[in-house]
Design a protein around this ligand. Structure first.
Ligand SMILES: CC(C)(COP(=O)(O)OP(=O)(O)OC[C@H]1O[C@@H](n2cnc3c(N)ncnc32)[C@H](O)[C@@H]1OP(=O)(O)O)[C@@H](O)C(=O)NCCC(=O)NCCS
Length: 151
């Protein structure tokens, strides 16, 4: 679905959890639980954002910032709204949060089979920096570790 750029990125709240769980279940083979997200909202190191489009949550993502390192935990866009620049806009906001909290680099893990996520991250300057063997427990797939230095 094509949308104009009239969406808003804001902090996640408990009110958003139902929408997040729906998108999470449609996006991941190992979805996080409702309890995980509630716990994350109380995690001092975690920063979660949602993309709000005309009152609906259409995407969300999170980053932990511990000292100089940011670690992207999750990024997902409602399947109906993919490929319209939403994921890119959300990642830019997560990077802004990381910079604000004085992180100097961001790290994330991604499946080698996840072509859309790889395209998004590579397009934003993330570089392959390692491999975690058998990281994903559903199919034992490795994780590519990607890193971006923040200037
Ligand atoms: C990965 C994901 C977040 C991308 O979000 P999105 O809103 O569709 O991405 P964008 O529209 O902002 O696209 C960003 C870039 O990725 C590219 N891209 C997006 N989907 C793509 C696809 N299916 N194939 C190839 N490239 C793709 C776009 O071309 C764009 O590049 P450009 O800026 O040079 O035009 C989304 O597909 C998603 O939620 N996937 C399921 C959950 C997931 O895998 N999350 C990541 C876990 S590591």
């Amino acid at each position: 679905m094509l949308i104009n750029q009239d969406f808003m990125v804001r902090k996640m709240t408990l009110m958003d959890i139902d929408a997040i769980i729906r998108i999470e279940n449609e996006s991941f083979t190992l979805p996080w639980s409702r309890e995980s997200y509630i716990g994350e909202l109380n995690n001092h190191f975690a920063n979660y954002l949602v993309v709000d489009y005309e009152g609906d949550v259409i995407a969300y993502g999170g980053i932990w910032v511990v000292f100089e390192e940011g670690h992207i935990t999750n990024v997902a866009v409602d399947p109906e709204y993919r490929n319209a620049g939403v994921g890119h806009a959300l990642m830019e906001e997560l990077e802004r949060v990381a910079r604000q909290k004085k992180a100097t680099r961001i790290l994330l893990e991604v499946r080698p089979s996840n072509m859309s996520a790889l395209a998004l991250y590579r397009g934003m300057g993330y570089l392959d920096s390692g491999l975690r063997k058998g990281y994903y427990s559903d199919n034992n797939e490795d994780a590519i570790v990607m890193t971006k230095l923040l200037f």
